[in-house]
Design a protein around this ligand. Structure first.
Ligand code: DC
Length: 234
């Protein structure tokens, strides 16, 4: 665990944000949701927004490699996305399962390299910052969306551990997948998310890094809550 002092603005009148970034299957979603529940804070799964954007782009028959970026940005700026508890809605349609496929994750990573698309999704993400506070997970929560977050955490785990976790999640849902294929997908996604020009996946300045390779979710949640309490006292 590598701790550096995060940026904290005690004068800020905005609700506090805990930003939890990390690569795919690092456990950030489970940790962030449980930290939010423990604190009674709102929760933003920014990856779900990128996944819905990918679904909307695919359904409109756009090929992200050749379409005009502004057309894609206009489309996702208008998408009728909402969260209803744990369900993700697109208008009246529950798309929670449709966006959780490996293919949708891959497509989300592809459209996420486009600066106009990221810009179109920025304010939508910031609107989740409401009292009493927000826990937000993604790739650029600490660096771009909420640079004034009072606590920034970068969750990591080895690619092998993440592939095994993903495999277990899929098996639990009755979906067969090969660990070797999942490992290859995770490495490709890390490469794309980490090397893009705009808002790449990286540990933000002032973020605490937590390697969850051999940590349970419970331990990671406790660690974040403890950090947050320390942060509030300092
Ligand atoms: O967290 P996830 O696996 O659901 O995210 C899916 C993809 O969306 C991810 O590979 C990259 C993109 N994404 C992003 O670029 N920025 C975010 N803040 C969240 C997700």
């Amino acid at each position: 665990m590598n701790a550096r002092s995060p940026i904290l603005d005690p004068q800020s009148s905005l609700p506090p944000v805990i930003a939890i970034d990390g690569p795919s299957a690092s456990g950030k979603g489970a940790v962030a949701a449980r930290v939010a529940a423990a604190l009674g804070f709102h929760y933003l799964d920014s990856g779900a927004i990128y996944r819905v954007a990918a679904l909307v782009i695919e359904r409109a028959n756009f090929d992200p490699a050749h379409a005009k970026q502004q057309d894609l940005a206009d489309l996702v700026a208008r998408m009728p996305l909402s969260f209803s508890g744990e369900r993700v809605m697109l208008g009246d349609e529950d798309v929670s399962d449709a966006i959780r496929t490996e293919d949708c994750g891959r497509q989300a990573s592809v459209i996420a390299v486009l600066p106009a698309v990221r810009q179109a999704l920025l304010e939508r993400q910031r609107a989740f910052r409401q009292t009493p506070g927000l826990v937000a997970d993604g790739r650029d929560m600490a660096s771009v969306v909420f640079p004034d977050a009072c606590l920034k955490v970068f969750l990591t785990a080895s690619a092998e551990v993440r592939a095994n976790r993903r495999h277990k999640q899929l098996m639990d849902k009755g979906i067969h997948a090969s660990i070797a294929q999942l490992l290859q997908d995770i490495r490709r996604r890390d490469e794309r998310d980490g090397s893009r020009a705009v808002a790449p996946l990286q540990k933000a300045a002032g973020a605490y890094e937590l390697d969850t390779s051999s940590l349970s979710i419970d331990h990671a949640v406790a660690w974040v809550l403890e950090r947050y309490e320390k942060q509030k006292r300092s």
